[in-house]
Design a protein around this ligand. Sequence first.
Ligand code: ZN
Length: 276
Amino acid sequence: MARQKIINVHGHLRQGCDLAALVREWEKQGVVKFCVLALGKQWQQKGYLGNDEVLKASRQFPDIIAALGHVELGGPFRDRAEKVEQLKEQGFCGLKFISPEAPYSDERYFPFYEKAEKLKLPILFHVGIVAPHPEDRIYGVNSDFMRPYLLDRVVRCFPNLKVILGHPGEPHFQEGLTLSCTYPNVYLCPCGGGGSDFHLSKIKQALSSFPGADWSSEEENLARRYLRQFVFGTDNPPVSLWYVQSVRLLDYFQAGQETRELFFWKNAATIFGWQF
Ligand SMILES: [Zn+2]
């Protein structure tokens, strides 16, 4: 069987990793683009790469690595909206938003959204619970500011902004699903939880239909509709792990070939304007 073509919209790199070996591994898995999301000062302390290093990696392997830039939305190093233009000029092809000091819907972030929309930079928003960090108080981190439904106002005001909800938005799964069914530019990436079976079970539960539903019906098997707006992502685990978990998810809900292609690469290609 031919390899599945894959675009990973949500990956990270750590200090000291063997990048060439990773790229070989991704290619073996069928990956045609791998989005590396830069992280801010808080997570760089834990070994994750920030903007400069992610950009360097993407210049080293420009065919496969797409750099998504980090914007500080709170704390002592808070960025101004001009940062968005700067990241675009540097060669980033999207943005990662996480840990704002106010709700994503707050007007203070509108200049960022306006610039991202104008410059055609998709934004991957971390939604839902975020892992705790000792400096959360300094940075004003609050998972409640990252509820998926806060993005309703954002996509309403910036209808051409391409939005990926990173993670399912625990514990507010339904909010993200509703947004992705209402707004064509909102997509959802199910990664998170280390790609564990426990995490996958929570997604299955969130997508499951009512008891007695006809799973062969698009109207009754709700997941069939929702999965059409899903995109493949890994967060920290390797592509091989999330490939297996994704196939299990798609098989479980009896997704058709078209949905699988949307999920593994076509939706992502639309979001970033890539042709394959
Ligand atoms: Zn992540």
